[in-house]
Design a protein around this ligand. Structure first.
Ligand SMILES: Nc1ncnc2c1ncn2[C@@H]1O[C@H](COP(=O)(O)OP(=O)(O)OP(=O)(O)O)[C@@H](O)[C@H]1O
Length: 607
């Protein structure tokens, strides 16, 4: 028995059928003998709590009575957790048939650290089962310094109905992966980012516009009859996508005079305003002299017009190849009548648009175009789009206060349109009918807001609608806060995935490298040997019937413990079954770090 850095060979109970000895000349023995570093050790007198199903070589096991046939593998994988470990596990090397393929990916965890575990730091992926019962099925016994846990035979197996159903999110399970709705939304956005243009479908669209390339129209376009068009474009300067708003054939005669507000717009930063990044003047790429405004690109954003008034739900539509992506969240709005929005949603819009206007007005600017086509929805927030265009194409010398008043007027029109479900409900001839409809169907506060915004007789500022919004502000704020918390929670789940992925990547980088095949020091001794056994312990456990024992929870929990360097000990068995090693995760972590450092030290890293 040789002490070493945190792990030690334990020959098991001497003179019993389960005992093992390291062969005197074996490489492991050599390694352990050479490894005289100080560290925690435990000998025959020291009871060790081993949190693991104990491996016992098959040939040394008492022959069990033939078990009933196992349930199908998918069910086993879904249902098994560490609690359900069969009586004895067989070392990898002793099974004749290969393990079945590991096809199932579980979005649920079902593993819980046993109660006897001591000193282990809290795990970042929490435990699932709240029932104590499965643990109580274990018996434990200490022999020769090793605590063996075994399973008390159950009268009956788990009921058939206990099958895994990823959609149900049953009580007692934690969904570890990102929610399906959010995932669909993000994947669709990613698809929208990745859409590539078909040059043959759009021969009039240039391949590049200065440093922007891969232009994809964001709407159905007919370049001959349009005064403006909108594209997604990729900037090779920073690798980001932008929303390019082109004003056709608009030659800037007096750049200084016409573009003097651009810098102010570029500086404006507000969550409800799409940021303007750049303006290209007299751009020749489209065979004319165009004005091109580059804004941040929000994949699958859609205008209020599309969201509430148009039948088509798509936010990206290419009529030539019929490529269409629909945001799954786009249809979740409760429509009022034929179109428009309900009062709750309208208040949410009022608060967000008011916030945007407040920022614009306090910067000494005016929006100047505020209608259903210039407000986009993205997730659950809305943003004013294409700000600044009007100031360049049509500089206005009227006092800014007057321009800002006009913004408020347009804001009122927008609310009327949304409330009545008629995009032009604010028009003079339709207004009396719209007013009556709003009086009959909406609150006094909403009517007051519209009345205030449409009142041209007084000097007014956007701040004055705050008292009319009142407590609704808090409701919207709370809903945004919850959304932000939800996103953070989803993000942290993904962080977990990334962290565990890096760990697995490191392990696989280090283990069984072909180019070091001849170097026994690398592959079969010391740290790498420990890691190899650990890899089998984590991924290649088998049941005593020689079937692969698949439990995602076991895998994730082992990796978590490795990552945080838990002091908990596990028992690992070599594939041929003649070597048992008791080791703690902290030591395994050191083995991994050291091996990886050595590898990196000897090699160039390619990113
Ligand atoms: N920042 C942005 N990121 C992504 N998409 C955007 C952004 N701003 C606007 N869009 C999208 O670009 C399209 C613009 O459409 P379009 O050029 O027809 O302009 P419009 O203002 O909606 O219509 P109109 O021609 O009546 O002015 C809309 O689908 C809108 O959702």
């Amino acid at each position: 028995m040789q002490p070493s850095e945190g792990y030690q060979y334990d020959g098991g109970p001497p003179n019993t059928a389960h005992g093992h000895q390291i062969p005197a000349g074996s490489r492991l023995n050599q390694y352990l003998a050479n490894n005289n570093r100080q560290g925690p050790s435990f000998g025959p007198g020291t009871p060790i709590n081993v949190n693991a199903p104990v491996f016992v070589p098959k040939h040394q096991q008492p022959q069990p009575t033939p078990p009933p046939p196992p349930p199908p593998m998918a069910n086993q994988f879904a249902q098994l957790s560490i609690h359900d470990v069969p009586v004895q596990m067989i070392p990898f090397g002793q099974i004749s048939s290969g393990p079945p393929s590991f096809q199932q990916q579980l979005p649920h965890m079902s593993h819980r650290p046993p109660q006897h575990q001591q000193g282990a730091p809290p795990l970042s992926i929490p435990s699932i089962h709240h029932q104590q019962q499965p643990y109580d099925r274990y018996q434990h016994e200490s022999r020769g310094g090793t605590t063996y846990f075994y399973h008390e035979p159950q009268a009956e197996g788990p009921p058939e109905e206990e099958q895994y159903n990823p959609q149900e999110g049953q009580d007692g399970y934690i969904v570890v992966f990102i929610s399906s709705e959010l995932k669909a939304e993000l994947l669709n956005r990613q698809l929208a980012y990745d859409t590539k243009p078909d040059p043959s479908a759009y021969p009039d669209i240039p391949q590049t516009v200065e440093h922007y390339s891969s232009l994809v129209p964001l709407e159905s376009i007919n370049l001959q009859n349009q005064s403006h068009s909108t594209y997604k474009g990729f900037s090779c300067r920073d690798g980001n996508y932008y929303c390019l708003r082109r004003i056709h054939g608009n030659r800037i005669q007096h750049p200084g005079k016409q573009t003097h507000l651009v810098e102010q717009w570029k500086k404006l930063s507000h969550g409800n305003i799409v940021p303007l990044r750049e303006v290209l003047i007299n751009c020749r790429a489209f065979d004319d002299s165009s004005l091109v405004f580059a804004y941040d690109y929000y994949p699958l954003a859609e205008t209020l017009m599309v969201k509430h008034f148009e039948v088509k739900p798509a936010t990206f539509y290419d009529p030539n190849n019929a490529f269409r992506i629909t945001s799954p969240m786009a249809n979740s709005v409760v429509l009022h009548g034929a179109g428009g929005a309900n009062e709750t949603l309208i208040w949410s819009y009022i608060i967000q648009i008011a916030a945007a206007l407040r920022s614009i007005h306090s910067s000494g600017l005016a929006c100047r175009t505020l209608d259903l086509n210039k407000v986009i929805t993205y997730g659950n927030k809305i943003m004013l789009s294409f700000c600044g265009v009007q100031d360049v194409i049509d500089p206005d010398s009227t006092p800014i206060q007057q321009q800002q008043n006009e913004d408020l007027n347009m804001f009122g029109n927008l609310i009327v349109a949304l409330a009545t479900g008629r995009a032009n409900g604010y028009r003079k001839d339709l207004y009396p009918g719209s007013k009556k409809f709003i009086e009959d169907n909406f609150s006094m506060d909403l009517r007051n807001v519209i009345g205030f915004l449409h009142n041209n007789g007084t000097r007014k500022t956007i701040n004055e609608i705050m008292p009319m919004i009142g407590g609704r502000f808090f409701t919207v704020m709370e809903s945004m806060q919850s959304k932000s918390d939800l996103m953070e929670a989803e993000l942290s789940k993904e962080l977990e995935n990334g962290r565990l992925f890096r760990l697995i990547a490191k392990m696989n980088t280090v283990l069984e490298r072909v180019e070091y095949g001849a170097d026994e020091k690398w592959s079969e001794t010391g740290d790498r040997f420990m890691l190899k056994l650990f890899r089998d312990y984590v991924f290649h456990q088998v049941t005593d019937q020689g079937k692969a024992w698949l439990d995602m929870a076991h895998i994730v929990q082992c990796l978590n413990k490795l990552d945080c360097g838990s002091t908990e000990k596990i028992e690992m068995v070599s594939r041929c079954g003649d070597t048992q090693i008791i080791i703690d995760y902290a030591t395994l972590k050191r083995c991994l770090e050291k091996s990886f450092r050595e590898l990196v030290g000897n090699n160039m890293i390619h990113r």
